[in-house]
Design a protein around this ligand. Structure first.
Ligand SMILES: *Cc1c(COP(=O)(O)O)cnc(C)c1O
Length: 461
């Protein structure tokens, strides 16, 4: 198909929303390591996980073999409100860069939560409702996950308790108000409302919080209140499964025009959008059908893939969650307070960690001033004001396109534009005022985090 027949936006029709999620693990030779019970260091059973998570989500979490899982009609109906999301050919950016590369991005910011998180929030709320639960608890950092979950809970009439990292709670009052508008109860974390919160506050008075702390508090509340379960917006296998709609829609849209991406790029916080975007493409690579280059992009200030250890670790600061084997900086690692770009979680999805460990995916760490420079360049030519998180992917997409300009290669680049940045204007303000700085943790900083890794028999760390 000739170049100019490809529209600026490739929209799919409603009936092209996938009716099944793709479970990448089914095609992995080396499966992601199982979650372990921290007390026994044995794999978590479905019964043990069922205390914390909804039953159906536990089943999805443990299912390493079923390649396709039916998306219930109620979830597909909700997806129809904001999906399919557009796949956009970045003609204007290509022109501005003067690159022979072709750049596409999948835009997930076209909903009130402003990010891809709604794809999993609605699924998790649906299964909680189906189980007859009263409500769910969760943590939120920058606030996108909390917002998405609030929307999903409002839709199904579930109670929603959100622990929001204190620094974000204070810096993003509007984000908090959106959640309350959808009926959620929002508590700054660490708080005095939980035992683990009080313990953390005692040990670190004045702490501005972290995702790890907020997770501990949310899990405590879920497990100590009948009719509640805890839900998580990233990292877990089930979340990557739900996010596979991003990659499946992208693939359907590109296949329609006979376009095969050479490089697929996504930002990586806990790994859910990246895992979802690459899923069907990685499936082809794993099955030996096609080859792609995959690049995970993370902040230099929170470099789990590029400088972390591949080890069993806690997902939370309070050390009450199961252990996950992942690239991690240690559950005690808290990124520098001047880091404004999101993607602050200390660990990474076990599935992506395994793929990275097996050399099937690359990773790059980028500094935040370079990320915001890319964000502004992108906003000015493509129109969309990107989330700082998404802008990590933009940075590397631009770098790759500029490399093509030097070499003359006409590569096709696909990246995930996970969301919009309207609630991140404090960070943009810092950048515009020229006062944003880059902080890269020293090896000693990281060693301190690694010292807190749990000792797991049979695992050399
Ligand atoms: C949460 C979030 C991310 C990072 O989370 P992943 O689980 O790694 O995808 C990226 N972009 C936006 C806009 C987000 O809200």
């Amino acid at each position: 198909m000739s170049e100019n027949t490809i529209p600026y936006k490739i929209y799919l029709s409603e009936n092209e929303i996938p009716d099944k999620w793709y479970n990448l693990r089914a095609d992995m030779k080396n499966k992601p390591a199982p979650l372990l019970n921290p007390a026994t260091c044995k794999p978590m059973t479905a019964d043990e996980l069922g205390v914390v998570f909804c039953d159906e989500l536990v089943a999805q979490e443990l299912d390493d073999t079923t390649p396709y899982i039916e998306i219930p009609q109620e979830i597909r109906d909700f997806y129809k409100m904001y999906r399919p999301s557009p796949l956009i050919r970045a003609y204007c950016l290509e022109k501005a860069l003067g690159t022979p590369a072709k750049i596409y991005y999948k835009f997930e910011g076209n909903n009130t939560s402003g990010s891809h998180k709604l794809n999993s929030a609605i699924a998790q709320a649906y299964y909680a409702k189906k189980q007859g639960l009263k409500g769910v608890t969760t943590e939120t950092g920058a606030g996108q996950w909390g917002t998405a979950l609030s929307m999903a809970c409002a839709y199904f009439g579930l109670d929603c308790k959100v622990f929001m990292v204190k620094v974000s709670y204070e810096q993003k009052p509007f984000r908090r108000e959106v959640m309350r508008t959808y009926g959620a109860n929002v508590t700054p974390s660490p708080s005095t409302t939980t035992a683990v919160g009080r313990k953390i506050l005692e040990a670190h008075p004045g702490t501005t919080g972290s995702l790890g702390c907020a997770i501990s508090e949310a899990v405590e509340v879920a497990t100590s209140n009948p009719g509640y379960r805890y839900v998580l917006g990233s990292v877990l296998n089930q979340v990557l499964l739900h996010q596979s709609v991003i990659g499946m829609e992208s693939k359907t849209a590109l296949d329609k025009y006979g376009v095969k991406p050479d490089v697929i790029i996504g930002c990586a916080g806990g790994g859910s959008n990246l895992g979802g975007l690459i899923a069907p493409f990685m499936g082809e690579k794993l099955r030996g059908e096609k080859d792609y280059q995959f690049i995970a992009v993370e902040p230099a200030s929170c470099p789990s893939f590029t400088r972390g250890r591949f080890a069993y670790d806690f997902c939370d600061t309070g050390m009450i969650c199961p252990l996950a084997k992942m690239y991690t900086l240690g559950s005690g690692f808290i990124p520098s307070a001047n880091h404004a770009g999101g993607l602050r979680f200390h660990g990474m999805s076990s599935t992506l960690s395994q793929l990275y460990h097996d050399g099937l995916m690359e990773a790059r760490a980028v500094e935040q001033t370079a990320v915001f420079a890319a964000a502004e360049q992108f906003a000015r030519v493509e129109g969309i004001l990107p989330a700082p998180e998404s802008s990590h992917a933009i940075r590397v997409a631009i770098d790759e396109a500029l490399r093509c300009k030097e070499t003359g290669e006409e590569k096709t680049i696909l990246f995930g534009l996970t969301g919009t940045g309207y609630f991140d204007m404090t960070a943009y303000e810092k950048f515009n005022d020229g006062v944003m700085t880059d902080y890269i943790p020293t090896d000693e900083d990281l060693e301190a985090g690694f010292k807190g890794l749990p000792v797991v028999p049979g695992q050399d760390q």
